[in-house]
Design a protein around this ligand. Structure first.
Ligand code: COA
Length: 532
């Protein structure tokens, strides 16, 4: 029998405590998501509506097939920065006329929809996802262009948005721009570089320079419509392929464009799948509040995979890392999940072998993080932990099957890398509210800093101020703790979103479905030198 049994005691006080802590974190998360949904706030939302316009998410909803999900990505972008949560841009994956598309929509209620450094990162991340998974890109445009006060951060790197649009097109991935309002200067190149362009009558303003700029530059008197209106672009310049009477008409026309793309997925529908045998609701009670307390990731796997069916690989070898085969919404996956936090040599070697096996069979990999990193100490150094960790990182870095990462608990040090952290380009990476990620744990980091300072004082023959040291340690600990939290990391676009653990199976299912749009093939060779 390969169906996982559960030994989770839902009557135990620990379960109740874990669940209460997770619910508290979820409530805090919801409050932050609400900020993104509120956009620029009531005043700007009302003004926008009074102009007869739809909000960014309403536009997306009208574009999507009825009753289909929208996997919103990075809703917390810009969290903890001076900019509004959400970064004046909505991005995500949704189904239009049966085609999974990458959709971006400016939020014109936030500083006129202008792009700040976080909007730029979010847009570039969306483009990466579209390119890797061959998803058609739909841009719902209404933006004041560059956020002018922060132009130094965005002007030069921002060229990548235009570069990506043309590279997507060159790769045969359709790009569609629907222009609802302002799209001037640099913004004019969004429709300018898209394969298909729809503009809304009396609303679209697509020009390199508006009337005041033209007057200054050439002395010519002009107006918005003659410089960049939908009618002019549809009849005269030819930049608009489709002239829409209003916003719903524009979205209807966008759906027609997509219906005619004949964009096909590389892999068909995997068909119906058995749900997990164990209740997904119980995922709230598995991760302890104190991440130093270990938990069995099989309890998580049992609540994620089809029929809770899991064929474990090498269960007796390197037991701190659980590896095995399963299916998720009918799609085969190989899973690597940390068990007792630390990665030793055996776990690293096991991971490298498992990753190679998945590559031989073209099976995507799912990494479930809860690691404090690779083991330190003389015994382990002498046992070759560096070369074994390097072997695992080499395997992850050069693996060619799609990777998915979920940070459940700790994701520290090189363990974050070995488990396919952000820098290793997983197709998607999500965090649970219980996750923490940093170079090491806050206490360890503060302790190391303090030891180094103590040694430095001793080397200079100076006395060491223990009282100041305690204060410094506490301060550093607090700082590192706050920088390790998922809201902070999500704000910096280090993940694609913080999710409710109960949604993990659905979110991963949507990701796997998107992934299956592009063909993938594992690496049969092509790994770096494995140090044995
Ligand atoms: N950078 C920074 N802030 C901007 C901005 C930009 N590019 N565009 C608009 N904003 C701010 C405005 O200052 C205003 O802030 P406030 O409410 O605190 O005063 C807020 O966003 C809303 O702008 P507002 O002009 O009232 O909204 P609108 O809906 O009537 O018009 C625009 C929106 C985008 C048409 C108009 O603001 C505009 O033309 N902006 C400049 C566009 C431009 O030339 N950009 C450079 C392109 S590279």
């Amino acid at each position: 029998m390969t169906v996982l049994a559960s030994s989770l005691d839902t009557g135990a006080p620990e379960y109740a405590e874990n669940r209460a802590a997770m619910r508290e974190k979820l409530a805090a998360l919801e409050a932050e998501h609400a900020k993104a949904l509120a956009g620029g706030g009531e005043k700007y939302v009302e003004r926008h509506r009074a102009r007869g316009k739809l909000l960014a998410r309403e536009r997306i909803e009208l574009l999507l097939d009825p009753d289909t999900p929208f996997l919103e990505l990075s809703p917390l972008a810009a969290w903890g920065s001076e900019y509004t949560v959400g970064a004046s841009l909505v991005t995500g994956i949704g189904v239009v006329e049966g085609v999974e598309c990458l959709i971006t929509a400016n939020d014109p209620t936030v500083r006129g929809g202008a792009s700040n450094p976080w909007s730029l990162r979010k847009a570039l991340r969306a483009n990466d996802i579209a390119l890797a998974n061959r998803l058609p890109c739909v841009s719902l445009v209404e933006s004041g262009g560059a956020d002018l006060p922060s132009q130094k951060e965005i002007f030069i790197p921002g060229g990548a948005v235009f570069r990506d649009l043309t590279r997507l097109s060159a790769a045969g991935i359709p790009t569609i721009a629907v222009v609802f309002g302002n799209s001037t200067a640099g913004g004019a190149y969004i429709p300018g570089m898209s394969d298909h362009v729809i503009m809304v009558k009396d609303r679209a303003k697509v020009f390199l320079g508006g009337p005041p700029l033209v007057k200054m530059a050439t002395g010519e008197e002009s107006d918005d419509e003659s410089l960049g209106g939908a009618d002019m672009h549809a009849r005269v310049s030819g930049l608009a392929d489709h002239f829409a009477l209003d916003e719903p008409d524009a979205l209807r026309q966008a759906r027609r464009v997509i219906a005619r793309l004949d964009h096909r997925k590389a892999y068909g529908d995997p068909g119906p799948a058995e749900p997990p045998r164990h209740d997904e609701e119980e995922l709230l009670g598995i991760v302890p509040e104190d991440l130093r307390t270990p938990f069995d990731p099989r309890e998580v796997i049992a609540r994620l995979v089809d029929g809770s069916d899991f064929d474990e690989f090498k269960p007796l070898y390197g037991p701190s890392l659980v590896t095995g085969w399963a299916a998720l919404h009918g799609c085969p996956v190989g899973i690597l999940a940390n068990a007792r936090g630390v990665l030793f040599s055996a776990e690293s070697q096991k991971a490298a072998q498992f990753i190679q096996l998945a590559n031989q069979r073209d099976i995507p990999l799912l990494f479930l993080h809860n690691t404090t990193g690779y083991m330190v100490g003389a015994e382990y150094e002498q046992g070759g932990i560096i070369k074994h960790g390097a072997m695992m990182i080499n395997a992850v870095a050069n693996s060619k099957v799609p990777h998915l990462s979920v940070l459940m608990g700790a994701s520290y040090g090189a363990g974050h890398y070995g488990m396919c952290g952000r820098a290793f380009d997983p197709r998607f990476l999500f965090a649970w509210p219980s996750a923490k990620s940093a170079v090491m744990g806050p206490q360890q980091l503060a302790g190391v800093l303090s030891l180094v300072a103590r040694q430095s004082a001793a080397a200079k023959g100076r006395p060491y101020d223990d009282e100041a040291d305690a204060g410094l340690r506490a301060m550093v600990e607090q700082q590192i703790e706050s920088e390790s939290l998922p809201l902070f990391l999500s704000g910096r676009l280090y993940d694609d979103g913080v999710i409710d653990p109960r949604d993990t199976r659905t979110v991963l299912g949507l990701c796997l479905s998107a992934i299956r749009t592009a063909p993938f093939e594992g690496a049969r060779g092509g790994f770096g030198v494995f140090r044995m």
